[in-house]
Design a protein around this ligand. Structure first.
Ligand code: TXA
Ligand code: MG
Length: 343
């Protein structure tokens, strides 16, 4: 298959929209990471997303909409099925990097939700994403546009690295602003639970809802280092509610190790470990994001991919304080490292 490169101009987005309506696959930028989009209501199109990604098909997809009214047909009970809390979140935090899980309506095929009776919905803020959804005239199911197990792509070139020849088209937009995937919030129970932390932090959600919001307990666990971070292998110690979180994720080919400490302590430890590794013939990269979660999120996945291309075999990264957005970024760093933290 020849993968079309499309621009963000209107005529190209109209072509992309038509491909989606016809059951094809189009990768597109969002403010978080690039998505691999298909018509969310077309079971065959959605099944081909799983194939293109090499993704286990019990892993449900996020459905993207451009307008809040697009939500009603997707959820049980329609407009009147929307709780007061969900309405508050929509008013204050959509469009943006927040995905909400609702009970689903019957129009959504099982394959889109991995057989669950709930559906995850997000309204992206990225203008290109919104224009594409409108051009398609359909809700768009889109996982991150990477091969399963690889870091999510945050540039159009990173999408092509994984997907060239496997999908119909890529909308060649900018590098993603946020750089890690959206916050996933489960609103189907009595207490809102964060299933995946992102740029919309727990603190932010609590300030909008004026009540407590909890992390899914799996987000607070620290399993021992995973020896073989091979793709898509379920880690059996891990039973999170968000099915996608049980798979090993975000791993470059290089091994990644995380190191605690202030700038100077990090430099010293990284130097010592790096010198030993270089004696064994390893090619070593050192990444320090100055304890700045915004900067780390924006660059992390793109840098892991770039270092792979350059043949690095060991990547040493300075850890962030796990507060606010730092907690979310550390969630991805820990997974990239297979929980390998240098003591
Ligand atoms: O930022 C993002 O969310 C990006 C962009 C493209 O929008 N998308 C993304 O999709 O990260 P994906 O498929 O890579 O991750 C979706 C996550 C998975 O962890 C999945 O298990 C969870 O959302 N999820 C989807 N539907 C769910 C549901 N009904 N209940 C619980 N978790 C769900
Ligand atoms: Mg993903």
């Amino acid at each position: 298959m020849n993968t079309l490169r499309l621009s963000t101009r209107e005529e190209d987005l109209n072509i992309a929209g038509r491909i989606i309506r016809d059951g094809g696959l189009v990768a597109f930028p969002t403010e978080t990471v690039y998505g691999l989009g298909a018509d969310a209501l077309n079971a065959e199109a959605v099944a081909s997303v799983y194939r293109a990604k090499g993704r286990p098909s019990d892993n449900p997809m996020i459905v993207h909409i451009a307008d809040a009214t697009g939500l009603y047909e997707l959820i049980e009970g329609g407009a009147s099925g929307l709780s007061e809390e969900a309405s508050k979140l929509i008013t204050n935090l959509w469009p943006g990097p927040l995905t909400m899980v609702f009970r689903k309506s019957d129009i959504i095929p099982d394959v889109t939700t991995g057989g669950l009776d709930t559906v995850a919905v997000r309204m992206p803020s990225n203008p290109t994403a919104r224009r594409l959804i409108r051009a398609a005239g359909r809700p768009i199911a889109a996982p991150s546009a990477n091969l399963s197990g690889k870091p999510s792509p945050t540039t159009a070139d990173d999408v092509l690295e994984d997907m060239n020849g496997r999908i119909d088209a890529v909308v060649m937009g900018e590098q993603c602003d946020v750089g890690i995937e959206s916050t996933v919030l489960d609103l189907t129970g009595d207490i809102p639970y964060i299933l995946r932390p992102g740029a919309v932090t727990r603190e932010k959600l609590m300030s909008v809802l004026k009540r407590s919001v909890l992390y899914d307990s799996s987000l607070l666990e620290r399993p021992d280092a995973i020896a073989d971070p091979s793709e898509g292998v379920a880690d059996t110690d891990f039973k999170p509610k968000s099915p996608g979180m049980k798979y090993k994720h975000y791993s470059p080919n290089a091994s990644v190790k995380l190191i605690h400490g202030n700038a100077e302590e990090f430099r010293e430890k990284a130097k010592a470990i790096g010198i030993e590794a270089m004696k064994r013939g390893e090619k070593v990269a050192i990444l320090d994001y100055d304890n700045d979660p915004g900067k780390a999120a924006h660059k992390l996945f793109a840098e892991l991919r770039e270092l792979d291309r350059q043949g690095y075999s060991l990547i040493l990264i300075r850890m962030l304080d796990e507060e606010g957005f730092g907690f979310s970024v550390m969630n991805r760093m820990l997974k990239s490292a297979g929980y390998d933290i240098v003591k």
